[in-house]
Design a protein around this ligand. Structure first.
Ligand code: NI
Length: 183
């Protein structure tokens, strides 16, 4: 089932998400819905808080980047209770957008590489390093689990310039080609 995507201004996007309990009965349905919602809205990553569920989990499918990075063809993964525990000092600039901030993209600096631990959909543990688009998307989705959005990483000046635009989105003044919710 396609769920509505919560848009900037919705309190759930500013909340600290809770750990996913191992006995979460509706997890398979939630994951299926998140993939369906992500594909229907043209996204490459989606975090549970974006569909109004404050749990530490996100899904990604980076196959659209396979032209640039062939290894990403199979990069369809579920990240449950992830923990980024190391990151490179070197930062890179990449353009980001977010389904929860319709109509806006901005260049954002983030660490080039990260290491993280997480559980997959069967609660099997994993530990790996990511770079390139995978590192970028994982860091972006991870932020959603701690109540952050990508504009938080912009310079003070840039954030000041965007204030009006973000307030307008929070008031419902935006267009999106997918189902959205303000709270
Ligand atoms: Ni996002």
């Amino acid at each position: 089932m396609i769920r509505s995507i919560h848009v900037h201004g919705s309190p759930v996007l500013r909340q600290q998400a809770d750990e996913v309990p191992r006995d979460h009965a509706d997890l398979p349905q939630l994951l299926a819905d998140m993939y369906e919602t992500m594909y229907a809205s043209g996204g490459i990553g989606l975090a549970a808080p974006q569909v109004g569920v404050p749990l530490r989990l996100f899904v990604v499918d980076l196959s659209p980047y396979a032209d640039e990075e062939p290894a990403l063809l199979d990069m369809k993964k579920v990240f449950i209770n992830p923990e980024i525990y190391d990151e490179s000092d070197e930062e890179v600039l990449m353009n980001e957008g977010c389904l929860s901030i319709p109509g806006l993209t901005e260049d954002v600096y983030r660490p080039e590489k990260i290491r993280l631990r997480w559980l997959d959909e069967n609660f099997e543990p994993h530990d790996a390093e990511f770079d390139g688009h995978a590192s970028r998307v994982i860091q972006h989705e991870y932020d959603h689990l701690v109540g952050k959005i990508y504009t938080d990483h912009l310079s003070m000046l840039r954030r000041t310039l965007l204030r009006g635009r973000l307030s307008a989105i929070a008031r419902g003044d935006y267009t999106a080609k997918y189902k959205t919710k303000q709270k």
